[in-house]
Design a protein around this ligand. Structure first.
Ligand SMILES: Nc1ncnc2c1ncn2[C@@H]1O[C@H](COP(=O)(O)OP(=O)(O)OP(=O)(O)O)[C@@H](O)[C@H]1O
Length: 267
């Protein structure tokens, strides 16, 4: 495949933050167009490090080896302006945190407009598209919410606004790091439903890092398991749920079943 058509291509990626144990060790993985990849693993297994490396957002103290290309380009090696352009159009990143990720001093509509203006839309186009996006991500009464500040939105609504910002320029690759972490359980399901629908509508490729196997079962076509910075499993999602190949994969599934299983009644 032409490298420019490959959404994500990671070759021999290792990352250390200075500690003895690397946060990621020699990870190689390719994500093909249209795949929705679930990236799972315990806390500290390296999911966020892999995502930060993919989008060129590792902290300065991180030492990195290997290559990471998004549609054939290594974001870290690009001039800042070009990297910023690709971050909206080629790749959209959704992180946890809702309100904390928004600028508390700016109205929601203006924050979405700003991304669109940065990517060359006229003021009028940006305004119209921002309003449409608020509706697309399920924010009720978008015309009045356009003028709201983040503190005037609920946690779930703020996370919808974060998604609107990430998807404003129709990215071909969507990377989400724990997109529902910290939200109320009932709202989590709504946000996942929304994300799944938007990925399908855009026909985008996606990478979703999560500890929630429910997301993986419902939304992903392929799953990768990380354990202590190593990739220990790479399977189509159906095979993973039928027969995980790694001990880490089995433990994640067992933990999920333990939560889902009914508790025995006390005598
Ligand atoms: N900025 C940082 N500075 C130092 N060490 C870090 C930093 N970020 C992550 N690490 C370390 O790198 C390793 C991988 O962490 P990472 O956050 O990538 O895992 P994760 O799977 O995303 O975990 P979680 O599910 O808890 O977010 C861990 O040992 C972590 O302590």
């Amino acid at each position: 495949m032409n490298p420019a058509e490959l959404p994500l291509d990671i070759q021999g990626l290792s990352v250390t933050y200075g500690a003895a144990r690397p946060a990621l060790s020699d990870v190689t993985l390719r994500v093909a167009p249209g795949e929705v990849l679930g990236l799972v693993g315990d806390g500290g297994s390296g999911k966020s490090t892999l995502i930060d490396a993919a989008v060129g957002l590792l902290p300065a103290k991180a030492a990195r080896q290997g290559a990471v290309r998004i549609f054939g380009q290594e974001l870290e090696q690009l001039p800042a302006a070009e990297r910023q352009r690709l971050r909206g159009t080629s790749v959209g990143t959704i992180v946890a945190g809702g309100r904390a990720r928004l600028n508390p001093m700016a109205r929601i509509g203006a924050q979405i407009e700003a991304v669109l203006l940065d990517h060359g839309r006229s003021r009028r186009e940006a305004g119209e598209r921002a309003l449409q996006l608020l509706g697309d991500v399920g924010i009720p009464d978008p015309k009045s919410r356009f003028h709201a500040y983040p503190h005037e939105l609920s946690g779930g609504m703020a996370q919808r606004a974060v998604i609107a910002i990430a998807l404003a320029c129709d990215p071909r690759l969507i990377i989400a790091d724990e997109p529902t972490k910290g939200l109320d359980v009932t709202i989590q399901a709504d946000i996942l439903e929304l994300l799944g629908r938007l990925i399908a509508d855009l026909g985008a490729t996606a990478v979703i890092a999560t500890r929630d196997l429910g997301i993986v079962a419902e939304r992903c076509s392929r799953v990768i398991v990380l354990e202590a910075g190593r990739m220990v499993e790479d399977q189509p999602v159906r095979d993973f749920f039928r027969a995980p190949l790694s001990q880490a994969g089995r433990s994640l599934l067992e933990a999920e079943h333990a939560i889902a299983a009914p508790q025995p009644e006390r005598a």
